[in-house]
Design a protein around this ligand. Structure first.
Ligand code: PLP
Length: 402
């Protein structure tokens, strides 16, 4: 490869490093869970409390999911070696799609390799240059990319700013848009706050727009029965299309989906490019996904523990004097300001036996660096008390609290 090119790449890497934005990965040598074993810089850290997984219901190492996956190896094999429409659809792919649709009260659902692909493939088959998409400024990267791949006119509103959303709806209508779709995350994961779905669905109705919600950080635990943010706000009928993941609360492995009206799902099966041109989900993932839905439909106890943990954790951090963003979601961001402070605090916490990650620019605005803590149902009261003690010690040491 040309030296000039590799030099250019090295220079970019150096820029990332000198800005303090270079990310390194600590290796987990156990299963994902409330406590994990971590190998880092030649040292093994055992039974570290994990406060940064999207493992909301603690299903990532659940014996029932593991059992279902193991059993499926014998009944359905290992891989599909095909996209869905050629020879990659097993009975259980359709069962999972229908279970997801039933759980979310939609006509049907379609599986993708990940929600990134679901969002990437959603817009282009449904909307054309005659149409408009209005997108929240803080939407997930995969929604942004999906919109880029679609010819519809693009409008953007400031995060959760309903005045701005209405202005964009008026603009799109005045611009002669045939169909308008509003696209939003159900939960904005950097802050843990929920989209204003009651207002969004009301505005959609006023301007005859459709609503698409990406509920990755909500499906399985937010709202009655864990049916997500539309159910939480009791506006499920006003949300036309839902996207979501099997990679967070629903077992934490991999896989995404879109749920919505039958005709929409039928057309996506014909036209969505990540569906047509990428491999089918492996049988074990599908079998475990079905088990996850089963557990979620019967897991009020797991949801109860998740939210008990959330209340306990938030109150504990507040008592210690940390600056938190308000909210009810299991994402509890501890605001620190400078990127270096967030990084120092994260590495000290790791030495104390608590696994967290600092978030800083460009993932969050400059000066708004934070440690994003996340609760889950696998964490015990002991784990949380241990973590609060570590936060107190590290917080005092870096000067984040007195
Ligand atoms: C995690 C996430 C995704 C990506 O999901 P994958 O299934 O991991 O690709 C998409 N959108 C949002 C809002 C997410 O939080």
């Amino acid at each position: 490869m040309e030296n000039a090119f590799l030099d250019h790449i090295s220079a970019t890497l150096s820029e990332i490093k000198s800005a303090g934005l270079y990310k390194t990965e600590r290796q987990i040598v156990s299963a994902q869970g409330g406590r994990i074993d971590v190998q880092h810089q030649g040292k093994r850290h055992t039974r570290v409390v994990n406060l940064c997984a999207n493992n909301y219901l603690g299903l990532a190492d659940h014996p029932r999911l593991i059992g279902a996956a193991k059993e499926s190896f014998d009944t359905h094999g290992f891989g599909m070696a095909s996209v869905r429409f050629i020879c990659g659809t097993q009975d259980q792919h359709r069962v999972l799609e229908q279970r997801l649709a039933g759980f979310l009260a939609k006509d049907d659902a379609i599986l993708f390799a990940a929600c990134f692909d679901a969002n990437g493939g959603l817009f282009e088959p449904l909307l054309t240059a005659e149409d408009a998409i209005i997108s929240d400024a803080l939407n997930h990267a995969s929604i942004i990319d999906g919109i880029r791949l679609c010819k519809a006119r693009r409008y953007r509103y400031a995060n959760s700013n309903m005045t701005d959303l209405e202005a964009q709806l008026v603009d799109a209508r005045n611009g002669g848009a045939r169909f308008i779709m509003i696209a939003t995350d159900g939960v904005f994961s950097m802050d843990g706050h929920l989209a204003k779905l009651p207002e969004i669905t009301a505005l959609a109705q006023k301007y005859q727009a459709m609503v698409m919600v990406d509920d990755c950080h909500a499906t399985g635990f937010m709202g009655p029965g864990g049916r997500g943010t539309p159910a939480h706000f009791d506006v499920a009928d006003g949300v036309d299309i839902l996207t979501g993941t099997l990679g967070k609360a629903l077992g934490g492995s991999i896989g995404g989906y879109i749920a919505g009206p039958q005709t929409v799902i039928d057309l996506l099966r014909q036209r969505a490019r990540p569906y047509l041109f990428s491999n089918s989900l492996p049988p074990a993932i599908v079998a475990a996904g079905l088990e996850a839905i089963d557990l979620v439909e019967n897991s009020d106890d797991l949801r109860a523990r998740l939210f008990e943990n959330t209340v306990f954790w938030r109150a504990g951090l507040e008592r210690l004097g940390f600056d938190l963003l308000p909210g009810e979601h299991p994402i509890v961001p501890v605001m620190l300001g400078e990127a270096t402070l967030a990084q120092d605090m994260a590495s000290q916490l790791f030495e104390e036996g608590v696994f967290v990650a600092g978030f800083f620019f460009p993932v969050v605005p400059k000066g708004a660096a934070r440690i994003r803590t996340q609760m889950n149902a696998a964490l015990t009261r002991d784990d949380l008390e241990f973590s609060l003690a570590a936060f107190e010690k590290a917080g005092k040491s870096v000067g984040a609290i007195k």
